[in-house]
Design a protein around this ligand. Structure first.
Ligand code: BGP
Length: 465
């Protein structure tokens, strides 16, 4: 069956500043946590892999934008790096500001609509040393930074976002401790999550003020981008399994949906956390701040669902409270490179939930993609990576999006992560997401993979087949 996506549907690419820009110490840029960590990873440095190099976007950005446009894409989301735009006194770094003006001018010239996000896990290191998101002063500093960004680029950018995946930083850096500096503390993770919710709300407040003052385009919009991992449990679930679903969904999904549509956080989740001794650092004035967290639309990053069941124990071996254990669904189709389940229908599930429970909410798929190891082994005799699995993955997700729109979902677009291979956090360049290869052995040169022709066809016609 063939599906048609709406004509005014955004078809684009997602990326981030820290994963692409490189030039980590140029132009007055100060260090963020990824730079600090990259600096510790000497072997990556020698392999030319790290935030210091990104994917060489800064040196190639005009050509990259032309390439994206030639694939039929009309919008690109990236992020401003806080550590590039502001100095350690919170003042604009003129060279950083110039860099982003030039980038946005390139995009205009090429005919790409830039979506700009303000935070992609890239906490400036000096602020982390002051407590990071656990310190209210850092929350204030972020709102100050957001206000500066809105005022500096307000006439150039229409689509603004406060955070990318605000649930992931607390989980990866604090709960699971897999990101530098490898903290393992669930209570601190929830405090970070809570304070990021305040930071988001204060940034929206700044946005509205800047708009009132005439710094922004009249038709500009503000949003938040979260990753939505719909939890499913086993068949014939127990009450405890359903409870595991409630808390998984509550912390990862409902928390942000409630914040951006109602300007509040889910009380049942807060109560359950409190019943386990996890108190959020709430103050009486916070309710008014959170009330300002409502947005104009939402980005939904979707990679995989969550399969959960009742936890076997109340805490893990490190004393971290457990609300759910993973459930291995025997029928799961896995992307073995990344260890993530492939379940396109989960996107439809999210769409129907949004339609039914948050009927006013407009949203778009802000990230979706498949990262595969050792694609260099999949080259044909002309050196072109044969990646039919990527076409299969994206096609199936787009089909569910098209069906959801037919069924009333207010889904306005699709951004693929990442159309051009880029550097990624803990995995460096291991898993490649791109429709376009970045050849590290050949000076970061770009080479379209086999799937690029298919992408172009779909992006230019909006017909999925
Ligand atoms: C999302 C992030 C991206 C990107 C992507 C793929 O969570 O917003 O920055 O990295 O996941 O994940 P990974 O690179 O870890 O495979």
């Amino acid at each position: 069956q063939t599906y048609k996506l709406p004509d005014d549907f955004f078809f684009g690419a997602a990326m981030s500043g820290p994963q692409t820009e490189g030039h980590w110490r140029d132009g007055g840029k100060i260090e963020n946590l990824w730079d600090t960590w990259s600096n510790l990873r000497i072997e990556d440095f020698h392999n030319r892999v790290g935030s210091y190099a990104g994917n060489d976007f800064t040196n190639r950005r005009h050509d990259d934008l032309v390439l994206l446009k030639s694939l039929g894409l009309t919008s690109v989301r990236t992020s401003i790096q806080w550590s590039r735009l502001l100095d350690a006194d919170g003042n604009i770094n003129p060279e950083g500001e110039k860099y982003y003006h030039e980038l946005f001018a390139d995009a205009r010239e090429v005919g790409i609509e830039m979506f700009v996000n303000l935070y992609h896990f890239d906490m400036p290191t000096y602020l982390f040393k002051r407590g990071g998101w656990e310190n209210r002063e850092v929350v204030e500093a972020y709102a100050h930074y957001a206000g500066k960004a809105f005022r500096a680029f307000g006439k150039e950018i229409r689509y603004w976002f406060t955070f990318n995946e605000p649930i992931v930083e607390p989980d990866q850096r604090y709960t699971n401790g897999v990101w530098y500096p490898f903290i393992r503390n669930y209570a601190r993770a929830r405090a970070v999550q809570y304070n990021i919710s305040l930071a988001h709300s204060l940034a929206v407040r700044e946005y509205r003020a800047a708009k009132q003052e005439g710094y922004l385009l009249d038709d500009s919009r503000i949003g938040l981008i979260n990753c939505f991992t719909p939890p499913y449990t086993r068949e014939n679930p127990s009450a405890a399994d359903l409870e595991a679903v409630r808390m998984t969904d509550g912390v990862c999904n409902r928390w942000w949906l409630d914040l951006v549509t109602k300007g509040e956080l889910p009380q049942d989740v807060i109560d359950t956390l409190a019943s386990r001794g996890i108190e959020l650092p709430a103050r009486p004035e916070d309710k008014l701040i959170l009330a300002d967290g409502k947005v104009d639309w939402l980005g939904c990053n979707y990679y995989h669902p969550e399969r959960v069941q009742a936890p076997a124990q109340d805490t893990d071996e490190n004393g971290i409270p457990r609300f759910a254990d993973p459930y291995v669904w025997p029928e799961a189709e896995m992307n073995k490179s990344r260890g993530w389940e492939i379940y396109p229908k989960g996107l439809y599930g999210f769409a129907m939930k949004a339609r039914d429970e948050y009927p006013e909410l407009e949203w778009f798929v802000s990230e979706n993609g498949i990262g595969i190891e050792r694609e260099d082994l999949k080259k044909d005799e002309n050196g072109v990576i044969q990646d039919d699995y990527r076409v299969d993955f994206v096609r199936r997700h787009l089909e569910w999006i098209a069906r959801a729109i037919q069924d009333g979902a207010k889904c306005r677009g699709y951004h693929y992560w990442a159309v051009i291979d880029n550097w990624s956090w803990a995995n460096a360049f291991k898993n490649r997401y791109g429709f376009v290869e970045v050849d590290l052995e050949d000076g970061y040169n770009r080479r379209p993979k086999k799937s690029a022709a298919w992408l172009k066809q779909v992006a230019t016609t909006h017909v999925v087949d």
